[in-house]
Design a protein around this ligand. Structure first.
Ligand SMILES: Nc1ncnc2c1ncn2[C@@H]1O[C@H](COP(=O)(O)OP(=O)(O)OP(=O)(O)O)[C@@H](O)[C@H]1O
Length: 568
């Protein structure tokens, strides 16, 4: 199905209204069937995990951490290591701003700053603080409170902080502060060529960060380039590229420009790797090494950020930085307790579609993000949902054109997509604040993938819900066991305060072979085997009824729209 036809089929006429970020700290209402209201988050989040300062000492509706540890029978090893090996860890702070656990390792860790105002003493200009006030940001999050002073002090940083806790700003604030003023208007010698590079694994994320830069840069004429084929061509003229302050790019694009000789990175003083563990994966590693090797300026500062950093990636990360400080906010590789997680047994692959359809037949909180394992399955599932009358279905994966991808992301931001079917491409970094529910239609291939995927909800202090379907084939990979490297999804769920049925905990340990096969479960391209015969005809035939259905849904969704408006 072409993307256009797909939209024609799937569009209803109502956008749910997303509140802007100023409303992030207000109590949320849900449109759940019973009409029960989610309690005020300020009474729910454990203080130590209150990244957005809701709790300020409030109690949690989820299980307190000690209780969780009793259930898991063991406090996670990595966490114990963090606290035992802290060097110069900043002291626990009285007061509302920093009331949760942050561990900092490294020599001479600069003290953290409780407020944006206090960061002035570290060199954060008033201009940036005023911009933050305009966004309605009152306090720094933990990763900002600790990370900004470290980066402003010129130190290399490896920062691990849960999804949706404001890592982007934690590196952008010091970046703008350290760059001082745009090269074009600087009165001091800033050298020739780009001074800061931000590398991210996907184009969508690069786009999002570019937008964040534009917001933060208000009032100054920074030259910030979202690197693409088109911009690479423009930058092939030396005059144009010498005026660039910041480049945001995926590794592939940047390496291509380096190899073609249309870009030099010898004036880069700040290199940021966002989603660092993904960038240190074998897929990107050699490109990344080439980029790092091209940044030859003597005062190059490196900052690596991610919500997850498995041991192998952490080793590579630590080798890449000089005299670094490593900070860990909350529990490493663990989702926020704000996300209510559950596992749903669906026997086999063909049973997933009916399970999903019955899930979506109940009132749900749009937008919902649904993850599949491949592009073909994403397309197939999106089509099935449309054919089954689900409204405002969208699809985004790397097999679409750039324009289609950008349009889909933009519809999501505007609240026009109620159900977005996607792949790993949206799993990391994407910040759609309104996402209420994530469904892992296909079981994630690693704990990191799980943590990032479900981290698309529960952002910036909001509550979220994550449902993971698992089949008989997936079951071996749920099992908890204590080898830190192979911590599995059931552990992660328990660790972050949601519950896991006992029968899952009693599943046998997977064999070594099964562990090696993790993520290699072969799934058919079509999510509905019955549809594989005459699929195109079926879609064609359904065009008219589906349009009628969409028109009908416009009338019906008047109600749903009102409901959504009330809650946002
Ligand atoms: N100090 C703050 N106060 C309120 N909201 C904030 C603050 N800092 C950031 N945010 C908002 O929190 C949301 C999440 O931020 P961001 O995308 O940087 O998270 P992240 O930690 O990078 O997540 P991920 O690991 O998924 O990439 C964004 O919408 C951002 O605007």
């Amino acid at each position: 199905m072409s993307n256009e036809a797909f939209h024609l089929l799937s569009r209803g006429g109502v956008s749910f209204k997303k509140s802007d970020s100023r409303g992030l700290f207000k109590p949320l209402k849900s449109n759940n069937p019973k009409g029960t209201e989610l309690a005020n988050p300020s009474t729910q989040i454990p203080a130590e995990l209150d990244y957005f300062k809701y709790a300020q000492g409030g109690s949690s509706k989820r299980k307190p951490k000690d209780e969780i540890h009793q259930r898991t029978g063991k406090r996670r090893k990595i966490e114990a290591e963090d606290s035992e090996e802290d060097v110069d860890s900043a002291p626990a702070q009285e007061g509302p701003a920093i009331s949760h656990r942050v561990s900092a390792k490294g020599k001479n860790v600069p003290p953290h700053a409780d407020t944006f105002e206090a960061m002035k003493a570290n060199g954060l200009p008033q201009r940036l603080i005023s911009n933050l006030e305009d966004f309605g940001y009152k306090h720094p999050t933990s990763v900002q409170a600790y990370g900004v002073p470290i980066l402003l002090a010129g130190r290399d940083l490896v920062a691990i902080s849960p999804t949706g806790t404001g890592k982007t700003l934690a590196y952008l604030l010091p970046l703008f502060a350290k760059l001082g003023s745009p090269a074009a208007s600087s009165i001091v010698d800033v050298g020739v060529g780009v001074r800061a590079v931000i590398i991210v694994p996907t184009r969508e994320l690069a786009h999002q960060i570019h937008n964040e830069c534009l917001k933060l840069a208000q009032g100054r004429k920074w030259k910030m380039v979202l690197f693409s084929k088109a911009t690479a061509n423009t930058l092939s003229q030396k005059g144009a590229r010498d005026k660039v302050d910041i480049i945001i790019s995926t590794p592939l694009r940047l390496v291509a420009a380096l190899q073609e000789g249309i870009l030099e990175l010898n004036n880069v003083r700040h290199l940021v790797l966002d989603e660092a563990d993904r960038l240190l994966d074998t897929e990107f590693l050699s490109q990344l090494q080439e980029i790092v090797a091209s940044c030859t300026h003597s005062s190059l500062q490196k900052a690596l950020f991610s919500a997850t950093l498995p041991a192998g990636a952490e080793k590579l990360a630590m080798e890449m930085v000089n005299d670094p400080i490593r900070i860990v906010v909350g529990l490493k590789d663990t989702p926020l307790p704000l996300i209510a997680q559950s596992l749903t047994y669906v026997a086999d692959d063909p049973s997933k579609l009916p399970s999903l359809l019955s899930y979506l037949a109940q009132p749900y909180n749009p937008p919902v993000l649904i993850f599949t394992s491949t592009q073909t399955r994403a397309t197939s599932l999106a089509e099935e949902l449309v054919l089954n009358g689900i409204q405002n279905v969208d699809c985004l994966h790397a097999g679409l054109t750039h324009k289609e991808r950008e349009d889909a992301a933009s519809r999501m931001r505007k609240g026009e997509s109620w159900v977005m079917v996607t792949t790993e491409v949206m799993g990391r970094g994407m910040d759609f604040k309104g996402v209420r529910e994530v469904i892992n239609y296909d079981f994630p291939t690693s704990v990191q993938s799980y943590v990032h995927r479900i981290g698309r909800t529960g952002r910036a202090g909001r509550e979220g819900k994550a449902v993971t379907f698992f089949t008989d084939e997936d079951a071996p990979y749920l099992k908890m066991y204590t080898d830190e490297e192979t911590f599995r999804i059931a552990n992660v769920i328990l660790q972050s305060g949601s519950s896991v049925p006992d029968w899952i905990l009693k599943l046998p340990k997977p064999s070594k072979l099964k562990r090696r096969l993790m993520g290699k479960v072969k799934r058919p391209d079509a999510v509905n085997p019955a549809r594989s015969v005459g699929r195109r005809d079926a879609i064609k035939r359904s065009l008219i009824p589906t349009r009628d259905m969409v028109m009908g849904s416009k009338r019906r969704t008047g109600k749903a729209g009102e409901m959504s408006k009330k809650e946002s």
